[in-house]
Design a binder for this molecule. Structure first.
Ligand code: PEP
Length: 236
């Protein structure tokens, strides 16, 4: 199982260091049953000493080792901090930052060639969800175009766009049905993301084929994130 925190554009370098040290101590204290991932802002990367189940990863990168791409971060810069885990396809990058499926697939293939762990995010907008499960699955499969779903270091995060950062959570039956449909073709771990918090994580992790969670807003508070790690420990 994976419990992952996406900081988005939150926390400073100082507060990230404090967060990671707090969470790492918590894991070291017998809370190491599951994998933990933390995706802070790139400005907060450092050479953290971490428990083996915990990795600090990158929310974003440009698919080059280095070059002339003003404002971007390439793999040479990530390598300085031993970054091994990457988020790709997050809905905020697709819908706010305008990343196309073609560009996302380019990022995926660049990371895959370098054998990085990839949390690959997919999710449908509300109008598609309202059109029913077949429309949802058609939309999601399009987000897998040019993506190697057999890549051994792939983790998929199903994150309905309308549930991200809104406080709205997909209902449990819809999560179960969507994960079951994804599982028909995908062997990789399947996470759910979309307003996961202390109050609902146990129910969500109890869904068949749900192998973990990607948490935004509710993960930014270190005590809450540790509570979620603790609740995940109690599931299996
Ligand atoms: C996310 O950023 O992937 C996410 C699921 O955010 P939130 O938990 O705030 O909905």
């Amino acid at each position: 199982m994976v419990v992952a925190a996406n900081f988005k554009t939150n926390h400073t370098r100082a507060s990230t260091t404090e967060f990671i040290s707090f969470v790492n101590d918590f894991i070291a204290n017998g809370n190491d049953k599951h994998q933990v991932r933390i995706y802070p802002c790139a400005t907060a990367f450092d050479n953290f000493t971490l428990q083996s189940v915990c990795k600090v990863g990158a929310q974003n990168f440009y698919p080059v080792d280095n070059g002339s791409f003003t404002g971007e971060v390439g793999f040479d810069q990530l390598a300085e901090f031993d970054i091994d885990s990457l988020l790709i396809g997050h809905s905020e990058r697709r819908h706010i930052l305008g990343e196309s499926q073609e560009f996302i697939a380019r990022k995926f293939n660049f990371a895959k060639e370098r054998n990085k762990e990839i949390i690959y995010c997919v999710g449908e907008p509300l109008a598609v969800r309202e059109a029913g499960i077949e429309a949802v699955m058609q939309y999601l499969w399009e987000q897998f175009s040019d993506i190697d779903i057999t890549y051994p270091r792939l983790i998929v995060a199903y994150e309905p766009v309308w549930a991200i950062g809104t406080g709205l959570v997909a209902n449990i039956e819809d999560i179960a049905q969507t994960h079951a449909r994804l599982r028909e073709k995908i062997d990789a771990p399947l996470l759910y993301g979309g307003s996961v918090k202390v109050e609902n994580i146990s129910e969500i992790l109890g869904v068949a084929n749900c192998d973990g969670v990607l948490v935004g807003t509710a993960s930014w508070q270190k005590e809450a994130f540790c509570n979620m790690i603790k609740l995940a420990q109690m599931i299996q």
